[in-house]
Design a protein around this ligand. Structure first.
Ligand code: NAI
Ligand code: MG
Length: 367
């Protein structure tokens, strides 16, 4: 037993393929004296096949007690016919909900070797390293009242943006804590010019800052202006904190500044546990990619970088996280590309496992 517990849920489609490459990285750290107490279980369609549910109570209980959960992807066409209540996605949603993971972290980071891959000018994205924190458990996706009602002879669609002070305060704290481990700068985005919930958002973020994090540089921006600034000069930002809806859009926008779905990690964090570590779920942004599953075409980097985020945010192993990111950059600099990273000029892609092996080789060469 170690004091670092990790639950691995590979899931469906390319999930197990990319997770196999993460296992190589985990094993390599084990040989360097940084061991993890790893357990593995089913989630999503494969869990439904085995147990008739996309997430068993036993797996849920295990997820609640480990330091970090690392998930591959869930879903696939085979499960489209299932009832909504047992769809693979329900397994993931249950994890997020019961662990109360309110802070969704989506980095937008440019690996030097891929700066040409961006749709923006190289000098706008080269060296880019920003983090978007999206509030994940409240806001307009959950607010009541909601629905489609009849008013006179027409239908009216209703959703409610609703945030309590404590919901804003806790995600603000996540942002300030994170900023202290990075560039010490937070930009909060809302639309306080037209939304009362935005006014409250701005006030609470400022209050938490003044009372608890005066050392962190804080600015506020309207979310629409933020979208413009993200495409014009993204390097002005370090940590961006925003609500569920704006965060959904801005994190997708920021992610595409730098590259491919196969490169994008994420973390979802909740409240600190007794040992001080936050409840945490790490997963690539991509899905189960049924179109390429089983063909050794999947890019394992998004999942490997998700593990790097676990090193940094759950295990306080920032230097080791950086070592993984440096190894990824090095293999890309060598010209290794999975199929999703091939430009229109083409070339010969490497397989999922060749990419994983190359990253481990770079790790080994770095010591
Ligand atoms: P997707 O992310 O699985 O795939 C979109 C496209 O990107 C596909 O062409 C795929 O081949 C490619 N792609 C994705 N990840 C890649 C990787 N690592 N390397 C190379 N290429 C990659 O999204 P899609 O097609 O909308 O959904 C497929 C299934 O995944 C559905 O069942 C969906 O419900 C599920 N899904 C699951 C998610 C999760 O587990 N968090 C998130 C999104 C979708
Ligand atoms: Mg989205």
């Amino acid at each position: 037993m170690t004091n670092r517990s990790l639950l691995i849920l590979p899931g469906d489609g390319i999930g197990p393929e990319v997770m196999a490459e993460v296992r190589k990285v985990i094993d390599w750290f084990g040989t360097r004296g940084i061991a993890f107490d790893v357990s593995e279980d089913l989630v999503g369609g494969c869990a439904y096949d085995a147990h008739g549910t996309p997430l068993t109570d036993a797996t849920m209980a295990r997820a609640q007690e480990v330091d970090a959960v690392l998930l591959g992807a869930v879903g696939g066409p085979k499960y489209d016919v299932l009832d909504f209540s047992v769809k693979p996605e329900r397994g993931l949603l249950r994890l997020r909900k019961e662990m109360d993971l309110y802070a969704n972290l989506r980095p937008a980071q440019c690996f030097d070797a891929l700066a040409d891959f961006s749709s923006l000018k190289k000098d706008v994205v080269a060296g880019l390293d920003i983090m978007i924190i999206r509030e994940l458990t409240s806001g307009v996706y959950f607010g009541e009242p909601r629905g489609i009602i009849k008013e006179g002879n027409e239908r009216v669609g209703i959703n409610t943006q609703r945030y309590t002070e404590s919901e804003i305060a806790r995600v603000a704290r996540s942002a300030f804590e994170l900023a202290r481990k990075r560039g010490n700068k937070v930009c909060s985005m809302e639309k306080a010019n037209v939304m009362e919930s935005g006014v409250l958002w701005r006030d609470v973020v400022q209050e938490i800052h003044d009372a608890e994090y005066p050392d962190v540089e804080l600015s506020h921006m309207y979310a629409d202006a933020g979208a413009m600034q993200l495409t014009r000069w993204p390097k002005q930002f370090d940590v961006i904190v925003t609500d569920n809806l704006f965060g959904d859009l801005l994190s997708d926008l920021a992610a595409m500044l730098t590259g491919s779905l196969g490169m994008l990690p994420s973390a979802s964090l909740g409240a600190p546990m007794a040992n001080g570590r936050p409840k945490a779920l790490y997963e690539p942004v991509h899905g189960s990619a049924p179109d390429i599953a089983g063909k050794s075409l999947a890019n394992p980097i998004a999942c490997i970088l998700s593990f790097a985020m676990a090193l940094r945010y759950s295990f306080d192993l920032g230097a080791e996280a950086e070592r993984v990111e440096t190894a990824v950059n090095a293999v890309l600099a060598d010209g290794l590309r999975t199929a999703d990273l091939m430009g229109p000029e083409g070339g010969t892609p490497v397989s999922t496992s060749a990419m994983g092996d190359a990253i481990v080789a770079k790790l080994a060469a770095s010591v």
